[in-house]
Every structure is written in C-alpha cells, then in structure tokens.
Design a protein around this ligand. Structure first.
Ligand code: 13P
Length: 322
C-alpha cells in the first residue's frame, strides 16, 4: 500500500466498529499503541500506554514483549522509540506529524553552533531530529531537564537546544548561563498573556498551569510550571478545583477524565476562534489513520543506522539520569 500522502489513504468502511477493529488487529499483530497526552481523546483512550515525552521513551526502553509499536505522537517521538527498539517495527499513523520546535533546529546549523563552542557540553531537548540527537551529549525532556542540568558542576560550560523558553527557564531556576539555541514551539509561543490575564480575572481562584515551552511573561503568571505529566499530577493531587491550562489542549482530556469534578479552562492563543490551542501536527493522527496504519503496517519510522547509533548514547544517558 502506497503512502504518498504520508499516511495510508485506504477507504475505511464506515460500518465497522473502528475501536474494536483497532484492538483486534493490534492483538493479532503483537503491536502496542503508545500515545502522547496531546493526541486526540479517542486515540488516548485506546492506547496501551499514554504519557509525556519522558514516559514514552522510558516505556519504549523497557518494552520487550511487542513486535511492533504504533507511536501516536509526532515524528521525533517515533524516532526515539526506534532508536531504543531497533528490532521492532515502529509505525506512526501520519508521518507528516512533525514538530515546529524540532524544525527550528536543523542538524547542519546546530552542528555549526556546536563546532563554534568546542569546550561546551551539549544538552538537547528530545524535541529534535535524530541528526541533532547525534550531536548531543545528553538529552532531556521538560520533565527531567532541571534534574539533568543539575548533575553538571555549577561552572560547566553548557549548550542547551533547541527551546529558548525551556532553556531560559532552566537558566533562571538553576542560576546558570547556558548558551541557548534560538528555537521555539509554535503552540506554546502562541498563548496570549492578555487573554489569560483576563481569564484569571474572571476565575480568580483558578491556578495557572504552564508548560516551560511558554514565553517568560506567561511563566511569570504561573502557579505551576512543568511538563504535561507534572501539570496533570498537580491537577489531580491539588485541593484546588479550577485550573487555567497553558499547554496543548489534548492534556485536558486526561485532566478531566482523572478529575471529573474539577474545572479545566484551556488557555487561549493570540489568534483563535475556538479558544484553545491545538498542535496541528499532533492532531494529524486520527482513528482512521491509526486503523489503516495497523492494518497495512505503514507508514514506518526508518532511521539511518549510523545516526541511530550516535543518538542512542544521549538518550540512554538521559534515561540513566532520570
Ligand atoms: P512533554 O515533555 O511535557 O511531553 O512535552 C512534550 C512536547 O512536545 C511539548 O511541546
């Protein structure tokens, strides 16, 4: 089956029970479905594993009883899974599911940046291509960045790429002066500080939950700054009942599911009609594409073996330090 469009464009019989069929094929083929918190709700609900970037990498590293992984997330997450599980087939429902942050850091340009600072240790966020990972000493996610940066001596010379907002945040909480790559995520950069301030006026009790990829002025309004998993945990464990959530809106599904009696208000971006902030890449994956992906075992994540070998070390180092 051809995948010219980046996904299998085969007709799906509208009469079938899509969920039941996905579960049946998955079992038949010894596949596991892993989903990031930003995936559409119905994909989160059908997944064997759901998590933030760190959890998905940790799960992939330990997965030994599956023949195939369907990574419902974006391309770099599939690459990480493939590097960690070279013997498994790694599929993604739509291979066009990229990442604006990873795109903001091309490997050739990053190589020049690294070469210009030869005495620096290179720390990169997992939201990068395999080419950037291969240039990196240790990877981090938003969930472990601070912990990993803290393992280096206070005077260590560090490069941090590619997210300037996460890098600035880590610099501010650790008192460091890491050299930052000037990249950003289109979703997290887009939140409107003014609209969120207005929402806060309307909901004065609401706690403001902010992902560290958001800009500094929004971070300064936050009650909690953290990865998707940290924000979810806080929402579940806190006695507060109302939250304004400044990260991709997919996370609200798990928040609402875990805390049906609490109120979660999606933080609006500058330019929106619906009031919430979706990642256009994450939302390329659909149940129909997931069904066809499992059925035809395409599209598959293929990685260059040499790059994969180089990328494995910084990923494993991250997992050891997490
Ligand atoms: P998490 O590490 O919170 O899963 O962040 C994922 C991400 O891609 C944010 O843009």
């Amino acid at each position: 089956m051809a995948v010219e469009k980046g996904y299998v464009d085969a007709p799906v019989d509208p009469a079938i029970d899509l969920k039941a069929e996905i579960l049946r094929i998955k079992k038949e083929k010894g596949a596991v479905i892993m989903a990031h918190y930003y995936q559409p709700a119905e994909i989160q609900d059908i997944a064997d594993y759901i998590g933030d970037s760190l959890a998905l990498a940790q799960i992939a590293a330990k997965l030994d009883n599956a023949r195939m992984i369907v990574l419902c997330g974006v391309h770099f997450m599939g690459e990480t899974a493939k590097v960690l599980c070279p013997d498994k087939k790694v599929l993604i429902p739509d291979i066009n599911a990229g990442c604006s942050l990873a795109d903001s850091c091309p490997a050739d340009k990053f190589a020049e940046f690294v070469a210009a600072h030869p005495d620096h240790t290179v720390i990169s966020y997992v939201n990068t291509s395999i080419g950037v990972k291969a240039l990196t000493d240790v990877l981090v996610t938003s969930g472990n960045a601070r912990k990993i940066v803290d393992t280096f001596p206070a005077d260590a010379k560090l490069i941090f790429g590619p997210d300037r907002n996460l890098g600035n945040y880590i610099n501010s909480v650790t008192g460091r002066n890491m050299l930052l790559w000037d990249g950003a995520c289109h979703v997290h950069e887009e939140f409107s500080v003014e609209k969120i301030a207005e929402l806060k006026k309307q909901h004065p009790q609401a706690k403001v939950l902010v992902h560290p990829e958001c800009k500094r002025p929004l971070q300064l309004m936050a009650d909690v700054i953290g990865s998707t998993a940290v924000l979810l945990k806080y929402a579940v464990e806190s006695d507060d009942t109302e939250f304004i959530v400044a990260t991709e809106s997919g996370i609200l599904h798990q928040m609402q599911k875990s805390c049906p009696d609490k109120t979660f208000i999606p933080a609006p971006p500058n330019d929106s009609t619906c009031g919430c902030n979706d990642c256009r890449y994450m939302k390329l994956n659909t149940m129909e594409k997931l069904y066809n992906c499992l059925k035809f075992e395409q599209p598959e994540i293929i990685v260059d073996p040499e790059l994969a070998e180089k990328a494995r070390r910084p990923i494993e180092r991250m997992l050891e330090l997490s």
